[in-house]
Design a protein around this ligand. Structure first.
Ligand code: B8M
Length: 141
C-alpha cells in the first residue's frame, strides 16, 4: 500500500546524505529523497541511479551486479508496519522493471531507468505515496 511505501521511502531516504559525494547527486537535482514520488520530479539523472545503488548497499538490498537482492529486499520491507502486505508486490514490480533494461551495461544509467519504471508502475498499482504521507512518517526514522 501507499502507506507502507511512505515508511519504506522515509527510512531508505535517510541514506541519501551519506551517498551524495560518491554519487555526485547535487541538491539542485534532488534536495530530499521524498521528492522521488513528486508528480513534477523526473527520474532521469544518472547521478540518481548511482545514489540509489549507494543507498541500497547501506541496507544490503543489492547484489554485486547492482540488481535487487530479492530476499533482503523482501525482509527489509517486512520490517515496516504492515510490510508483509507490500513486500511481494514491490519485489515483483522492481524485478519486472529490471528485466526490461537488462541489456544496459552502465549500472547507474540502468538503475535510474529501473527506478523510473518502478515509479510509473507503482502509481498504476495505487501503491505510490504522496510526498505529504512521507513527511508525516519521516520523524519516526
Ligand atoms: C530500493 C528500495 C527503496 C524504496 C524506496 C522508494 C523508491 C526507490 C526506488 C528505487 C527502486 C529501484 C530499485 C533498484 C533496482 C536496481 O535494479
Amino acid at each position: 500500500t501507499a502507506e507502507v511505501m511512505s515508511h519504506v521511502t522515509a527510512h531508505f531516504g535517510k541514506a541519501l546524505e551519506e551517498c551524495r559525494e560518491e554519487s555526485g547527486l547535487s541538491p539542485e537535482i534532488m534536495e530530499e529523497f521524498k521528492h522521488f514520488w513528486s508528480e513534477n520530479f523526473e527520474i532521469v539523472h544518472r547521478e540518481l541511479g548511482c545514489a540509489i545503488i549507494c543507498m541500497s548497499n547501506k541496507f544490503s538490498l543489492m547484489q554485486d551486479d547492482a540488481r535487487m537482492h530479492h530476499v533482503n529486499m523482501d525482509d527489509y520491507i517486512k520490517t515496516f508496519p504492515n510490510g508483509e502486505v507490500l513486500s511481494a508486490k514491490m519485489v515483483d514490480l522492481i524485478h519486472n522493471c529490471e528485466k526490461q533494461y537488462d541489456d544496459m551495461t552502465d549500472d547507474c544509467e540502468r538503475v535510474v531507468k529501473v527506478a523510473a519504471c518502478f515509479k510509473t508502475d507503482a502509481k498504476k498499482e495505487g501503491i505510490a505515496p504522496e510526498v505529504t504521507m512521507i513527511e508525516a512518517v519521516m520523524e519516526k526514522y
